[in-house]
Write a protein that binds this ligand. Structure first.
Ligand SMILES: Cc1cc2nc3c(=O)[nH]c(=O)nc-3n(C[C@H](O)[C@H](O)[C@H](O)COP(=O)(O)OP(=O)(O)OC[C@H]3O[C@@H](n4cnc5c(N)ncnc54)[C@H](O)[C@@H]3O)c2cc1C
Ligand code: FES
Ligand code: FES
Length: 499
């Protein structure tokens, strides 16, 4: 590891940063140092999307652009990558406006315009990855962008139109060459403003470093840690980044387990999980927003240990385990044993999560009916919101419909995500029917004594948990609510009908 500047590709050059503290965000750097003020600051906490930028990196040799929130991204996270902001788009188009910008004008998708740069960048990233994307994909891509004056219909129309236009992307050649050149730089050891960030490249380096400095803070996607900086104004004098550790970036499939490395983004982790468990689609879609999922990791969600974290109930219901690593020694732990109390986990000093292990789905010819798996999130807002209560369940029945195994896991009901032992006991050995489910619903009250807070009172949480279990029962009987894509496209009168 070598002391060197942070370097990234921006507007035709490799920019080298050496005097900014490692906790400076990309947004602060853009606006205050580079005076590139097209990228806006709304909330500084990942919620509004005004600060969205596109970050480019090589995937299997191909340049890929994805949207991220510059307000949460710490500058060192740009090391070795390319940055594209709203000011850079017009230069890509021969007539001076990028198709996304042109479509927003034509569809009247902007009024005060404060949110517009963020929408433009989210749509640019979508169009670059999914040319021809339809309405549902556009709505999903924009779930992290708030607009307070235009209304979303014209913005979504503009998104659909922009994705239908021919792709308009930066010339990849110089960018790929710069990314390849930066990849040969030594591992980053960056010091400025009294703080230090090291970015090891191998598992052994990481383990040695963290064991030597266990008080250091690990930085994965930084979507939780970024808030420590922007909202809680914490000093983080020692950071160790996980993003460049090769062994943590893999997703492995063996016959029994799906192993998701600790530096794999949620976007990639959910893609692998959904291939195995399509029932988790709603969890994947409603977990934050694409810019957050493009940065955040599954291991970060687990290690952060919020009682309302979304992934944990689902993973606990599936029987996931964690592989923990400390100085070359590894151990495995069931995820539900990881949490010892509120924001207190089983990691020893210098130990970290290496991978999340999710059991593979049994082959369809395995004995008995396929397990019934569901995950439900109840939150005040459908998208981009923290759960009030999260329920996940996996019910295994025999051929006669008697429950052999039941795993119910809930978030938002206790200091940690937890199983519901009494509700599970009320189901096991009984036929899966409304009577058994109602008995289990009653037992949830014995399993949990939730707190009241701004997301919901204790009795509301109890009711939600019961109703979510009832929803699972209805779902198992084929009574599913209308899906979002069944509501789309929004029926709009043809222009002549409105005259
Ligand atoms: C706008 C917004 C919306 C969000 N929406 C949701 C949501 O819908 N559902 C939800 O559950 N969460 C949500 N979150 C929270 C956050 O995005 C997730 O918890 C995310 O998965 C954290 O991962 P990360 O890689 O960004 O973690 P980081 O911020 O990098 O790290 C989080 C913590 O975990 C530690 N850590 C990270 N990796 C490891 C490791 N391998 N071993 C040990 N410790 C480690 C870090 O040191 C830090 O203390 C949201 C956050 C924001 C800002
Ligand atoms: S400023 Fe609101 S998401 Fe970044
Ligand atoms: S155009 Fe004003 S907030 Fe969106």
């Amino acid at each position: 590891m070598q002391q060197r500047p942070i370097q990234f590709y921006y507007r035709g050059d490799i920019v080298r940063v050496q005097q900014q503290p490692p906790t400076r965000t990309v947004l602060q750097y853009l606006r205050e140092d580079l005076h590139a003020c097209g990228t806006k600051e709304g909330c500084a906490e990942g919620d509004c999307g005004a600060c969205t930028v596109a970050v480019g990196e090589l995937r299997h040799g191909e340049l890929v652009w994805h949207a991220v929130n510059a307000c949460l991204m710490l500058l060192p996270a740009l090391d070795g990558k390319a940055l594209l902001t709203v000011e850079d788009l017009a230069a890509l188009a021969p007539d001076g406006l990028h198709p996304v910008q042109q479509a927003l004008i034509e569809q009247h998708g902007s009024q005060c315009g404060f949110c517009t740069p963020g929408f433009v960048m989210s749509l640019f990233a979508l169009a670059s990855q999914h040319p021809g994307a339809g309405r549902a994909e556009v709505i999903d891509a924009l779930s992290g962008n708030l607009c307070r004056c235009t209304g979303y219909r014209p913005i979504v129309d503009a998104g659909v139109a922009a994705c239908a236009a021919p792709p308009c992307l930066p010339n990849p050649e110089p960018i790929v060459a710069a990314l390849q050149a930066m990849a040969t730089a030594p591992a980053l050891d960056y010091r400025a403003g009294g703080a230090r960030l090291r970015s090891p490249r191998t598992l052994a380096e990481l383990a040695e470093l963290y064991a030597a400095v266990p008080e250091a803070r690990l930085l994965a996607g930084g979507t939780d840690l970024g808030l420590w900086v922007t909202k809680q104004l914490h000093e983080l004098p020692e950071l160790i980044a996980l993003a460049h550790v090769d062994e943590l970036k893999t997703i492995e499939h063996d016959p029994e387990w799906l192993r998701i490395g600790a530096a794999v983004t949620l976007t990639d982790a959910f893609a692998a999980l959904l291939a195995e468990y399509p029932e988790l689609a709603e969890l994947a879609r409603r977990f934050a927003s694409p810019p957050i999922r493009n940065a955040a990791t599954l291991a970060g969600n687990i290690a952060n240990g919020s009682p309302i974290g979304d992934s944990m109930p689902a993973l606990i219901a599936l029987g996931a385990r964690l592989r923990l690593h400390r100085l070359g020694a590894e151990r495995e732990l069931a995820l539900e044993q990881f949490y010892l109390g509120y924001q207190h986990n089983a990691l020893a000093p210098g130990e970290f999560v290496r991978a999340v292990l999710v059991p593979r789905r049994l082959p369809s010819n395995a004995a008995g009916p396929a397990p019934f798996i569901r995950a439900y999130k109840a939150s005040k807002r459908y998208e981009q919101d923290i759960a009030t209560v999260f329920l996940a369940l996996a019910i295994t029945r025999d051929d006669s419909g008697v429950v052999q195994d039941a795993r119910l896991a809930l978030g938002g009901m206790a200091a940690v995500p937890a199983r519901a032992p009494q509700a599970e006991a009320a189901l096991i050995g009984r036929p899966w029917n409304a009577v058994a489910v109602e008995a289990a619903m009653n037992e949830l009250q014995q399993d949990f004594s939730p707190l009241s807070d701004l997301r919901g009172r204790a009795d509301h949480r109890q009711r939600l948990a019961r109703r979510l279990l009832w929803r699972a029962w209805l779902d198992s009987q084929g009574m599913t609510p209308l899906q979002l894509d069944e509501l789309e496209p929004i029926a709009r009168p043809a222009p002549e009908e409105t005259l």
